[in-house]
Design a binder for this molecule. Structure first.
Ligand code: GTP
Ligand code: MG
Ligand code: ZN
Length: 310
């Protein structure tokens, strides 16, 4: 049968059969490898797999369908081994608050750039609007119109007063990854959407002595929607979504407007740092590119410099 992997533990997987029957526990043969990926875990949450039942009743994963996308974490900085946190993500959702606590635009832009790099559609949810002063509301409006102008879907909510049906269409029939700074209201929103207080079953276990691998057990939580089949992924590893290694030349590809305008620069490899006939800097000066976006771009570029000897 075909199914969706909704939970991984050390050596077993929970698979939700595509026909809607009860989830089953399945195992993976030790020598199972996916072409071209050196990963510490061959199967990840979000994978569509084939499961075959043996005569003794045990279920084995025999095949994995090609992934649309996946989010990885390098096991260690130096290692080429990677750990797949989740596969086939439909959208990455960032919860943002302009105050209490303030989410920096650098953090937002880093998240958006990472989502672009992984080819995962990104969505911004602005939360805690019940708390804002007039000035904070102005900031909210400015941020919202900036990101809307870049074609990112935005929502404005108050998670503590939310009727879950309001946001259900955004989550329904999709696998969503939830991210955001501490205190922005992720758990509040999650509990509302799932209709229950979820226990944090995502466990983190590291084998520090060998320095070889870190394992994250991931789980997708089903939505509390009567007929929808949406899932929300929330694991400790995914909280760090927003830090991916990029080559310097690549960074501007993940800032939509900088990429678009940068195509008019004289040099194809222009980093928009003051090169001759750069189209980006004049666009920043004219206000066509928001200064905060250019600033975030520079900050991400700076990170690449720092990491170049790693
Ligand atoms: N007034 C107000 N308070 C909110 C809102 N959403 C969340 N809160 C409160 O903000 C606090 C933090 O919310 P959490 O849901 O725990 O935040 P979190 O993102 O899960 O934080 P971490 O688990 O630390 O990452 C709690 O006291 C919530 O009740 C909102 O829309 N309005
Ligand atoms: Mg929380
Ligand atoms: Zn340029």
């Amino acid at each position: 049968m075909r199914g969706l992997v909704i939970k991984t533990t050390g050596n077993s997987y929970t698979v939700q059969p595509s026909d809607g029957s009860q989830p089953v526990t399945a195992y993976v043969k030790g020598n199972f490898r996916i072409r071209g990926i050196r990963s510490t875990n061959p199967v990840a949450v979000g994978d569509y797999v084939q499961v075959e039942q043996q005569a003794d009743g045990t279920n084995w994963i025999t095949d994995i369908e090609d992934r649309r996308n996946y989010i990885i974490r390098r096991s260690t900085n130096l290692s080429k081994q990677t750990h797949i946190l989740a596969a086939n993500i439909d959208q990455a959702i960032l919860i943002v608050t302009v105050a209490h606590p303030v989410t920096s635009t650098k953090f937002i832009d880093r998240f958006l750039a990472t989502a672009e790099a992984y080819r995962v559609p990104a969505v911004l949810i602005f939360n805690k609007i019940d708390l804002f002063s007039a000035e904070e509301r102005q900031t909210l409006d400015a941020w919202r119109s900036l990101y809307t102008s870049l074609d990112y879907p935005t929502y404005v909510i108050s998670a503590t007063r939310l009727n879950p049906q309001e946001l259900m269409p955004l989550f329904e029939n999709k696998v969503s990854l939830l991210s955001g700074n501490s205190g922005v209201g992720k758990s509040t929103l999650l509990n509302t959407l799932l209709g229950q207080e979820i226990t944090r079953t995502a466990e983190l276990s590291s084998i520090h002595d060998s320095g070889m691998h870190t394992t994250t057990f991931s789980e997708m939580y089903p939505l509390a929607s009567p007929d929808g089949h949406g899932y929300i992924i929330d694991t400790p590893g995914i909280k760090g979504f927003g830090s991916v290694e990029m080559a310097k030349e690549e960074v501007s590809h993940y800032f939509r407007e900088i990429f678009r305008i940068g195509r008019s620069c004289r040099y194809g490899n222009c980093l928009h740092l003051g090169e001759t006939d750069c189209a980006v800097i004049p666009a920043v000066e004219r206000g066509e590119i928001a200064f905060s976006r250019y600033d975030s771009y520079l900050s991400l570029l700076g990170d690449c410099e720092e990491n170049k000897y790693r």
